[in-house]
Design a protein around this ligand. Structure first.
Ligand code: AQP
Length: 338
């Protein structure tokens, strides 16, 4: 298995990133070759304050390390320092079809009625993501559920390339196929953490209100206040999961509790059934403070160690380029460019 995944440095590394992706990243690094990228080129598809972007890149890197990623085991780097991503992305732009991009729900959700005013980069973002993955011939991509459609697109692009250039691939590589079709690994403790203020919307770093999410850098007081104010309904807490399927906010709190504690959602719900919401919220706050605050404190320490973070990213970029460059060169040869 070769694992690739990334997180955008758009500020506010949050509980969704942690439970949906990072926990899995850490687990996978022990048995596989893992490549984890701070996808800075993705983040600029929406406006990023240039004065803050560099710190945000350090924040994600520090978050990786504080959560348990080991730069000796995993390759950690930022996307813009390995130019192969951008170059392969252009080549794949010429393979992907407009109709495929038009089906991407994330663009529709993000753009809403303002489609015409969005950056072209936001529209073509999934092709850059395909390049990120295919440049390493990654076999597995650990992500949250929201990224499933983008991984499927990466597979479609890989497959079309393999078909369009079948004869050239055989001639140049002596193999039937060039790109590997990557598998999504949507197996984090919670694959879709929802907003604390709206159980139908995913927790997101770009949501304007900070009350919608728990950031890994939040203090114990901030966590406590956000969970206290988290939206709930007025009905009592039942003891069966089937009864909370449409009570989205309660389902979210139970899922987060389960993801952090490692206990099943059924057991968690059973423990709090018939009790007041404050019991669930107080207990969840305690768990989150125990789990998240040490990570946040470690991040705060590492973020300012600019040289340390710089050396991890430079070393990671070198290792990443050593894999991606030959793949790009071969891709160009297959296409007839080199
Ligand atoms: N709410 C979530 N629940 C579970 N997994 C999530 N991920 C993100 N949000 C959740 C997973 O985290 C990885 C990095 O995601 P990202 O950098 O694309 O997302 P973000 O930080 O949450 O940023 P935005 O502002 O919300 O951007 P979009 O809308 O582009 O995702 C991915 O594996 C993702 O699945």
């Amino acid at each position: 298995m070769r694992v690739f995944s990334g997180i955008q440095p758009s500020g506010n590394l949050h509980l969704g990133n942690y439970l949906g992706a990072i926990v899995n990243f850490v687990e996978l690094q022990n048995k596989n070759q893992c490549i984890y990228c701070v996808v800075d080129l993705h983040s600029i598809t929406v406006w990023q304050d240039p004065e803050k972007l560099n710190r945000n890149i350090r924040e994600i890197t520090a978050g990786f390390i504080a959560s348990g990623l080991d730069p000796k085991k995993s390759i950690i780097f930022n996307q813009s320092s390995v130019q192969e991503h951008a170059e392969l992305s252009w080549l794949l732009n010429c393979v992907a079809r407009v109709g495929w991009l038009n089906r991407m729900t994330q663009f529709k959700e993000k753009a809403g009625k303002n489609k015409e005013k969005m950056s072209v980069g936001l529209y073509t973002y999934p092709i850059l993501m395909a390049a990120d993955i295919l440049a390493y011939k990654a076999t597995h991509v650990p992500v949250g559920e929201d990224q499933k459609q983008h991984i499927e697109l990466s597979r479609d692009i890989a497959q079309k390339f393999n078909i369009d250039f079948r004869d050239r691939i055989l001639k140049i590589t002596n193999k039937e196929e060039f790109f590997i079709l990557p598998e999504p690994q949507i197996t984090g403790p919670v694959t879709r953490v929802m907003s604390l203020r709206d159980g139908k919307k995913k927790m997101s770093s770009s949501e304007l209100s900070d009350m919608t999410r728990i950031n890994l850098l939040d203090t114990a007081d901030q966590i406590s206040s956000k969970i206290k104010k988290a939206k709930t309904d007025s009905a009592s807490i039942p003891d069966k999961m089937s009864e909370i399927e449409e009570r989205y906010e309660l389902m979210n709190l139970v899922s987060i509790y389960s993801g952090i504690s490692g206990r099943s959602k059924e057991d968690v719900l059973y423990d709090f059934s018939g009790k007041q919401f404050t019991h669930l919220k107080d207990s969840l706050t305690e768990l989150l403070v125990q789990k998240i605050c040490p990570i946040g404190n470690e991040m705060k320490k590492i973020i300012n160690e600019k040289e340390y973070i710089g050396s991890i990213l430079i070393d990671g970029a070198e290792k990443a380029r050593a894999i991606a460059q030959p793949v790009l060169e071969e891709t160009k040869k297959i296409i007839g460019l080199a």
